[in-house]
Design a protein around this ligand. Structure first.
Ligand SMILES: NC(=O)c1ccc[n+]([C@@H]2O[C@H](COP(=O)([O-])OP(=O)(O)OC[C@H]3O[C@@H](n4cnc5c(N)ncnc54)[C@H](O)[C@@H]3O)[C@@H](O)[C@H]2O)c1
Length: 319
């Protein structure tokens, strides 16, 4: 920015201030009104100090002074990337353990509860799932990886890149569980995807693991139906040419009708309030349920008649 502005007009007087934002989709207004912290980075020069103070004064209207951190430009820019990298790392860490749980008799939700009660670890961001998505996590980690490679910090770059790889592995694992459970082929089988948004309470499908699962199922020639309360328009855009091969169905009951399997991919509350007894009776048999967000009562689904596969839990299969 500095170089671009400077090259336009050498007489320009300005300072670049870094003020990364930490808003999450769906809670952006709340995050802005009550931020954990505000970061303001600037150069350590008299004019940099003045510029930084102008931004501090702006935030001080509603943010307590002790939550406004002033740093160098690099610290501020890097803190943003590192915060997102740490959050994504937490998700990849719990997801990596979910793979081990599925091979043993451990339950990932019991483990998350147990480790989360250690106050040094804390309970937040420990839900195992089909993986993280959204416009920021992957982009910011890859930005960090790029910086490390630029400075020849190969081991550091590889360490963080693994967080992204684990996320892709989690989706690949979910897909192979669907394939192997459905007798190694989904060709021509109707699979209902419950949810397309990368998380609940947003219509955003950017980097959504649900779309990865959807594309992979299309590649296996499944008959894919997607239902989502808010994201179907974005699915159409993001899938491009593939959108023609997918049925978009706003009503989850209709989406599940005659399906061989349901894969729950976004944790919308709506999906935990459906009448699964009725859904089961409308489906092809044997009926399979893959809970990619662990939001349902799996034992209850099993009692209704479903074969149930959840993340990081032993499968519940009827003989
Ligand atoms: N979304 C934006 O437009 C935007 C813009 C600028 C900066 N950011 C930054 O990106 C960060 C992420 O924002 P976001 O909108 O993607 O939202 P987010 O942090 O709520 O979600 C990111 C990912 O984490 C997962 N996740 C959320 N809670 C979880 C839990 N308890 N356990 C396991 N996984 C969980 C979600 O499924 C999602 O895939 C923000 O904190 C902010 O720093 C976002």
């Amino acid at each position: 920015m500095e170089r671009i502005l400077q090259s336009q007009d050498r007489s320009l007087q300005f300072d670049v201030v870094s003020n990364p934002e930490f808003l999450s989709e769906g809670t952006a207004i709340r995050d802005m009104e009550n931020p954990d912290r505000v970061l303001i980075g600037a150069r350590d020069t008299p004019s940099g100090g003045k510029a930084r103070q102008a931004i501090v004064d702006l935030y001080a209207h509603w943010v307590p002074r002790e939550r406004i951190l002033t740093t160098s430009l690099w610290s501020s820019e890097l803190s943003k990337l590192v915060a997102n990298a740490f959050l994504a790392q937490r998700i990849s860490s719990i997801n990596s353990i979910s793979a081990l749980c599925e091979k043993t008799e451990a339950d990932i939700q019991e483990i998350a509860l147990a480790i989360g009660m250690d106050t040094r670890i804390g309970p937040r961001f420990l839900n195992a799932s089909i993986g993280f998505g959204g416009s920021c996590f992957k982009k910011d980690i890859l930005n960090l990886v790029y910086l490390c490679e630029y400075y020849h910090l190969t081991e550091v770059a590889e360490y963080w890149e693994q967080v992204v790889r684990m996320n892709e592995y989690q989706q690949a694992r979910f897909l192979s569980r669907i394939l192997s459970s459905l007798f190694n082929t989904v060709a021509g089988k109707r699979i209902a995807l419950f949810g397309a948004a990368f998380k609940a309470n947003t219509s955003d499908t950017r980097e959504s693991p649900a779309l990865q699962v959807c594309r992979a199922l299309l590649e296996e020639r499944a008959d894919v139906v997607v239902t989502d309360p808010h994201a179907l328009d974005n699915v159409r855009v993001d899938l491009g040419d593939d959108a023609r091969r997918v049925t978009m169905e706003p009503d989850p009951y209709r989406a599940a009708m005659n399906a061989h399997a349901i894969a729950l991919l976004t944790e919308w509350t709506l999906f935990s309030e459906l009448d699964y007894e009725a859904i089961y009776h409308s489906m092809a048999k044997p009926a399979f349920f893959f809970d990619g967000r662990n939001i349902l009562d799996h034992r209850k689904l099993f009692q209704i008649g479903f074969n149930v596969h959840a993340i990081g839990k032993p499968s519940l299969i009827h003989p």
